[in-house]
Write a protein that binds this ligand. Sequence first.
Ligand code: DGJ
Length: 692
Amino acid sequence: MKTWRLDAGAQTLVLATGGGVPEAVWWGPALPPDEDLAELAQAARMDRTGGMLDVLAPLTLCPGPGEPWQGQPGLVLAAADGAPLVPRFRFSDAEEDDEALRLVSRAEGLTLIHSFRTEPTGVLVMRTRLESEAPVRMQWLAAPVLPAPQSGDILDFHGRWTREFHPVLTPWTPGIRLRESRTGRSGHEHPPWVLFPHEGARWTQGTVHALHYAWSGGHRSVAEALPDGRRQIQMGHAWGAETEPGTVFETADLIACISVSGLNGIGATFQRDLRDRVVRWPDPARPRPVHYNCWEAVYFRHDLGTLTAIADRAAAIGAERFVLDDGWFGGWVKGRDDDTSSLGDWSVDRRKWPEGLHPLIAHVHGLGMTFGLWVEPEMANPDSDLLRVHPDWVLGPADQATGRNQLVLDLGRAEVRDHLFGVLDALLREYPIDYLKWDHNRLLPVVAAAQTRGTYALLDRLRAAHPGVEIESCASGGGRIDAGILARTQRVWLSDCLDAAERLRMQADAALVLPAAVTGSHVGAATSHTTGRVLPMAFRAWVAASRHFGFEMDLRTLSAEEEAVLRTVTAWFKANRVWTMAGTIHRCDTPDPAVTAEVQVAADGSRFVLFAGVLDTTIQSLPRPLPLAGLEPGARYRVRLANPQDAPPASRGRVALLEGPLTLSGAALMGAGLALPVAWPHTMWVVEGTRL
Ligand code: DGJ
């Protein structure tokens, strides 16, 4: 029996083989350093009983082929002519150093490689690669297959346009929980991560396993409870995403994490891993700039006078980057006046911008802001010069349905990528642009990994040519958020919904994966454009200031009072962003369902801010004391309410925090919690804490 061990963060992975494809005999909380791995592997051996085969097939890193395995296989392969292949892999050799392990298994003409890497951020990163001497067809290739915990439930996510990141808790039942995104994006519908909270796990307590598949092109996630009681987890590209025969196939990275400190332990590790390892920042020392985005202010109605007037207001309130959204471009025949035309024609629309974008950019720069631009390079409208000239550049069948009146370009083709690179490169050369909002507003007509590889290649080439430009991944809001796209972008547009009540919930749940620094959040108009809900400025502003902050509305319509509030919150964001954007978000186990609360703790633990959002009225008369999270129990903190002015007239008592700062231990703050003032729905309490 050969064994290997990898430790990262709170987890240990132990792999073993007796001659076949290696198996994970332990994927769980950290084991003592002197654990006897051979004994552990022996101890993992299970019995057999009636009604079973005479051999219990192992749950290997690639279960199935060539074994009497009756669960979902980790590999479905055919010869180039379509004849099924059932290779019987045997373990061949291993390469190992301090941080990485490569396990090689072979069958006739085929090599199966499972690789593992430990990262200082606390995650394990793994991949599967298949090499073949002759071309083969790949239906399904799972990243290294892991055993799921025997306790607890499955926690995955569902979403839709304007209501992203909705957690779904499902009990394990015999059979399969299958989540598959077949839209060619990681998708609103099935974000590519899954958690396994053990019985009793909450935000602040308990054991949780978690996996994130770092791929933007649609994935498949299988959580299967076998008839014998074993549980397996498989993640890989969507079924059939490899459409051509080939000799090398590889999964994306599967990122694994375990927490023994509740869901917050997963959030803390995934946030740190994305921010500090996955995302490549053009200038890591640059504080996250306050955005102004004009989409919900003017939509497609661009004119210099309006936008310079709005830019004046934005700069006066504190914006540092002005983003010109959809509507600035067009072709010979038409300009982009609505969403029916011109995608693909990336020339400045001279009707709207007779002197190009230079006058606007000069104005924006004169106000001390940088300039960002919206693009949607992978798409084209049938009504565009591009598709009139290159109708064959479209991905998928000629008679397909459009989505938002648009088609997708085939980025698997080098000439399409070259064209898009040329267009974007020319824009970035002509104009001083420091940020692109890269949109992707339609579902793909086919599931094709080649499309995703093409998009990655285009982004990589553009980034190499313009390393100072930041890119935001937007796909009708949060339709393409994953560690694959975040290796090439620095911000995600979480949702097209600016309704702060919806956003508060989405942001809180998305923080299981996303750090504040990459999560774009804007203050929208008082009446939400997507829900019609009317919310006060203070609530809208604080919700946005808890992530990468910006404004997106016609700022000329603000009352003096609203503008003053927005200025105050903007100044707060700027004064605190260096540590909040680099800190960790810990969700509070709130005893009141009306309250969604989180504590953002600085990386060095020296300070924190509590954002406690009241979304509803409460059934009891007074707010329940709110236990904080993520603090050091033995440390003492001075805490003060940053916004006592937001207490409504209905707050008639003498909550201590309204009268001045308090000094309390972390244990007290996280135990009994903090008594907050009575609040109207849609109030955000902001409590600042400093460790003494
Ligand atoms: C969808 C995005 O999510 C919006 O913010 C905006 O950029 C529009 N597309 C523009 O068409």
